[in-house]
Design a protein around this ligand. Structure first.
Ligand SMILES: Cc1cc2nc3c(=O)[nH]c(=O)nc-3n(C[C@H](O)[C@H](O)[C@H](O)COP(=O)(O)O)c2cc1C
Length: 227
């Protein structure tokens, strides 16, 4: 059973803390049997805002899902084909980044649009959330929750981590040493020093794959393919 997983990096910094944190989760996920992993970095992409023009509600076609002709054209099929996702954000003002929020806004045409209404195209896909913050107690969990709200609204199944291994809402990495907020010029990727956080990212990657396998097996039972 091939599993397709998409990692979405919502940081404006290419090769920054969020991207390497996400890479750790994806690497762990891809070590599982038959997993095909791909990363989409939102930084430097041409992804316009959803302007609520309702074009998708009235005029959407198979060839054109959204009125905005930008980099989302190539990304939409990948979203529809994926079995699961890992969404990673820097913590910005105790929530997800504007890049990632905007990206989720653009999913409207896969849910509430002419070809998709009532189709539940994203239902039962699985997702995990990751956040990197500078401070230990300045928003990592609220940022994870702000991702979760997008997922449940789209009927995507969110997974988190059990007690003592991360947050029930996902994986948290700290980019300053111990989350103290002390700046050290020589440290470029502080999250790589947060071994506890990195392990939570790996666990989350594996947990997403485990849940996808359960969902796929369950679907086969429902369809009567296995008893
Ligand atoms: C606009 C903005 C808002 C931020 N807000 C928070 C915050 O609320 N809490 C926090 O701990 N860090 C905050 N940070 C710091 C980033 O979350 C942190 O530096 C993170 O490692 C950035 O990841 P990156 O290296 O991938 O860009 C903020 C940074 C920016 C630019």
């Amino acid at each position: 059973m091939e599993i397709k997983i998409l990692g979405i990096c919502g940081s404006p910094i290419k090769g920054g803390n969020v991207e390497v944190f996400l890479a750790e989760a994806l690497k762990a996920a891809a070590e599982e049997h038959e997993v095909k992993a791909e990363t989409i970095t939102l930084a430097h992409k041409n992804i316009k805002d959803c302007i609520h023009c309702n074009w998708c509600v009235m005029k959407q076609t198979e060839d054109k899902l959204c009125a905005q002709g930008d980099d989302m054209v190539e990304i939409y099929p990948k979203i529809l084909e994926a079995d699961g996702f890992l969404f990673a954000t820097p913590v910005y003002n105790l929530r997800l980044s504007g890049y990632l929020a905007n990206f989720f806004d653009r999913w409207r045409c896969l849910v509430e649009a002419r070809l998709f209404r009532g189709k539940a195209a994203l239902k039962n896909k699985v997702a995990g959330a990751l956040a990197v913050s500078w401070f230990r107690n300045q928003g990592p969990e609220t940022a994870l929750l702000s991702i979760y709200l997008n997922l449940i609204g789209m009927e995507i199944i969110p997974v988190g981590l059990p007690l003592g291994t991360g947050s029930p809402c996902g994986a948290v990495g700290l980019s300053s040493e111990g989350g103290t907020g002390v700046f050290k010029r020589e440290v470029k990727l502080g999250v790589l020093k947060d071994e506890w956080g990195l392990e939570s990212a790996r666990l989350l990657g594996r947990r997403v794959i485990q849940m996808i396998k359960l969902v796929k097996a369950g679907q086969k039972v429902i369809e009567g393919k296995i008893k």
